[in-house]
Design a protein around this ligand. Structure first.
Ligand SMILES: Nc1nc2c(ncn2[C@@H]2O[C@H](COP(=O)(O)OP(=O)(O)OP(=O)(O)O)[C@@H](O)[C@H]2O)c(=O)[nH]1
Length: 256
């Protein structure tokens, strides 16, 4: 049974900061946001987690394997080196959506994202040592079938972007509302989805739904593991099998 540990990362009082004492140069904001994401991705990734940039002012991470002490160290390190601070909400659950909802509620209870007195909060709890299992995380790695041949080498780059984003938008909504899963665009034509215990039929249904709705064909490899990295790495191998065999869904634990 999955037990996903999810961390909501929120930049403290970021909206006001972007316009105080007057609006800051957009390129500087973009540079800082992407550097912050890189920091969080590296910090969490070194501990087996995955971080997703989502809206940049709010980022979401799968942090199985990261303790609350690790989270506090991340806050301290960012606070020492950047002009902004981070608040973190942490929660766990069999449903990634519910875990994220709980992590969000922890931060919302601590104060508004734009409350200048709410800084560097660390709220919630993670999975205690001794309670981890090898199948705590299920990750599905989706990708558009032959994106290069159908889109990248055929359409102008913006029209390709629209097609890929349409596929992502349909998939993310469907996985959220039908399969209790969190989907994140990670670049190119790839979407990484953090899932509860789903089966092959669920993934078959999801890819068929996206193709019916927006005419974008996807394939998916799925893995399980004690951490996002372990599950995600297994998913990447399963996706390689889709590419090699022309199959649409491969579950790493059901592969020969
Ligand atoms: N983040 C991430 N991006 C990837 C990964 N693999 C491929 N990509 C991105 O996806 C783009 C397209 O590569 P592929 O998905 O291999 O190409 P394709 O044309 O869709 O071919 P098939 O997947 O074999 O159908 C690349 O340019 C990368 O940007 C991955 O594991 N992670």
């Amino acid at each position: 049974m999955t037990n996903t540990q999810v961390t909501l990362v929120q930049i403290d009082n970021y909206g006001p900061w972007t316009v105080t004492p007057e609006p800051r140069r957009e390129a500087d904001l973009q540079t800082m946001q992407s550097r912050l994401f890189a920091e969080i991705s590296q910090f969490v990734g070194n501990r087996g987690g995955y971080a997703f940039f989502t809206r940049f002012d709010n980022m979401i991470a799968v942090t199985n394997g990261c303790s609350l002490e690790d989270h506090a160290l991340l806050q301290e390190s960012i606070g020492n080196r950047y002009p902004v601070t981070l608040s973190l909400g942490v929660a766990t659950g069999t449903s990634p959506v519910q875990a994220l909802a709980d992590a969000t509620a922890r931060l919302q209870d601590a104060g508004s994202a734009q409350d200048e007195t709410r800084r560097e909060c660390l709220e919630g709890r993670g999975i205690e040592d001794g309670y981890r299992a090898d199948d705590d995380v299920q990750i599905a790695h989706f990708d558009v079938v032959n994106a290069t041949g159908n889109y990248t080498d055929e359409l102008n780059a913006f029209d390709t972007f629209i097609e890929i984003e349409q596929g992502y938008a349909e998939l993310m909504r469907h996985m959220r509302y039908t399969h209790d899963s969190l989907s994140f665009f990670v670049g190119g034509d790839n979407v990484i989805v953090v899932c509860p215990d789903l089966e092959a039929a669920d993934y078959e249904e999801a890819t068929a739904h996206v193709e019916d709705a927006v005419d974008v064909e996807m394939q998916v490899g799925v893995g399980r593991g004690a951490s996002a990295h372990e599950a995600g790495f297994a998913a990447k191998h399963a996706l390689e099998t889709c590419r090699a065999d022309g199959t649409r869904v491969e579950l790493e634990w059901e592969m020969a």
